[in-house]
Design a binder for this molecule. Structure first.
Ligand code: CA
Ligand code: CA
Ligand code: CA
Length: 471
């Protein structure tokens, strides 16, 4: 079956993938000109049609880095890319993976394919999970209405797919995954996260005797609603030990963070729900008191107001030193009595220091505006933010507790940040503002009032060059 049809949707999708123009609709003029890769696109599509008995219905991975139906990757380490295609047929809705490879003469053919463990593809990723040079294909198979994925791990070798997931392994469902060489032995370890039972669960998949096995698992928090963030990196500044940092939204709109490291093929809990509280060390000889554990210290309100946006704040390497910081959120001074929707928080980022979280960075984060303003140490607890209703501007003001309406008190103003979109550009209002950055249709301006008489004052250079950052 050698159908050579012109510009079908599939061919367009393939063209976009091959030319790297994901997300941009190809304009007809460009398609009328024969693109250099057209013969190859057709050859790949022909090879697929030849390999599949009835017409393939392409399946697109729903999340992750690889979203197109045709995925190009050198999975057998021979220096040339193979093509992976997920598809189903009208007679059989189960997703299958077809591999397309090139013969010596450059023609495309399909040496093998495999049946998936679901009708849909949650994600596909590529990793180095075994000592063979061949890449491990990591697939999350999914079924409609099923909230969890099933793991598939495969290599391609000598014209065959091979499952590298140890035989007879229990294969628990999961919703999120992370790949990282947690124990730094040169091979990727796979972490799977599940929230579907009373307690969440973290599973470790790692290499043992040439296969990937479920080597360990650990409980996560009670009643997890979702995982807004999962990341990995160093845990401490003076140690290369790596960890997975799991942000969990739990009932009550609270965010917590659990951290696990890995040693001898086992997960090592660093911050976890059941960890013991440290005891105080009173100097007056009285009874020691239980202090909040690292887990309790990291608990924070979800400060995202829009339910369609991911919960925040979540862990990240905010200061780019390789160590992942854990955030907390403190209400800005003067907001204690304000409605939830009006509240503005100071986000503080911490590293682990013994039994305590130690702040290394703090910022006011304007997520709608897409920027943050770092708070210098001396501002914390003394400076607050006032949102101007009419233009969305954030005004940073020294907070006077004794003032009757502290949020309206302009006298202590230290700085302003304004985001202007092209359509509401009003030049004359911005004469005394300094342009900081541009992104898309938005331009960011900073302003520092003249003659500020305060030890907290910043210069326009500090504001625009040091404290401001796009997020
Ligand atoms: Ca190859
Ligand atoms: Ca490893
Ligand atoms: Ca860091």
């Amino acid at each position: 079956m050698n159908m050579r049809y012109g510009l079908t949707a599939a061919a367009c999708a393939l063209w976009m993938t091959l030319s790297g123009c994901t997300g941009i609709e190809p304009v007809p003029e460009n398609l009328m000109r024969p693109p250099r890769l057209t013969p190859e696109q057709i050859a790949i599509e022909d090879a697929l049609n030849e390999a599949v008995l009835s017409k393939p219905i392409l399946r697109y991975p729903k999340s992750g880095e690889y979203r197109s139906a045709y995925i190009f990757q050198d999975i057998d380490h021979d220096g040339k890319e193979e093509t992976l295609v997920f598809y189903a047929t009208e007679n059989d809705p189960s997703a299958r993976l077809c591999l397309l490879d090139q013969r010596e003469d450059g023609t495309w053919y399909s040496p093998c394919e495999l049946a998936g463990a679901g009708q849909e593809v949650g994600f596909v990723a590529f990793a180095q999970m075994t000592h063979t040079p061949n890449v491990t294909i990591v697939i999350g198979w999914e079924n409609p209405d099923d909230l969890q994925m099933t793991l598939g791990l495969y290599t391609y070798d000598n014209g065959q797919f091979r499952s590298v997931l140890g035989f007879d392994q229990k294969n628990p469902g999961f919703e999120q995954y992370l790949l990282d060489d947690l124990d730094r032995d040169g091979l990727d370890d796979l972490l799977l996260l599940s929230s579907r039972n009373d307690r969440g669960r973290l599973h470790l998949v790692t290499e043992r005797n040439g296969e990937a096995v479920f080597a360990d698992s650990q409980d996560l928090s009670d009643s997890i609603l979702e995982f807004p963030g999962v990341t990995s990196g160093r845990i401490f500044l003076d140690d290369l030990q790596r960890g997975i940092f799991i942000d969990e939204l739990v009932s009550g709109d609270v965010l917590v963070t659990e951290v696990f490291s890995m040693e001898n093929d086992k997960l090592v809990p660093v911050i976890y729900q059941d960890m013991e509280s440290p005891l105080s060390d009173p100097e007056d000889g009285s009874e020691p008191k239980a202090l909040p554990s690292l887990y309790d210290q990291a608990a924070r309100a979800n400060i995202t107001l829009d339910p369609d946006m991911t919960a925040a704040p979540i862990c990240e390497d905010v200061n780019k030193d390789g160590v992942i910081e854990i955030p907390t959120a403190e209400l800005m001074p003067g907001y204690e009595e304000q409605e939830e929707a009006e509240r503005i928080y100071l986000t503080e980022y911490h590293q682990i220091d013994g039994d305590f979280l130690r702040r290394v960075f703090a910022a006011a984060i304007n997520r709608e505006g897409g920027y943050r303003l770092e708070f210098p140490e001396e501002w914390i607890g003394k400076v607050t933010v006032v949102r101007q209703i009419e233009n969305g501007e954030w005004s940073f003001r020294e907070y006077h507790e004794e003032a009757k309406e502290p949020l309206e008190d302009l006298s202590g103003e230290l700085a302003r940040i304004r985001v202007v979109s092209q359509k509401d550009y009003q030049d004359k209002f911005l004469e005394s503002y300094v342009k900081i950055a541009e992104r898309g249709v938005f331009t960011y301006y900073g302003y520092v009032p003249k003659d500020v008489d305060s030890p907290l004052k910043v210069t326009i250079q500090q504001l625009t060059k040091e404290l401001f950052a796009l997020i």
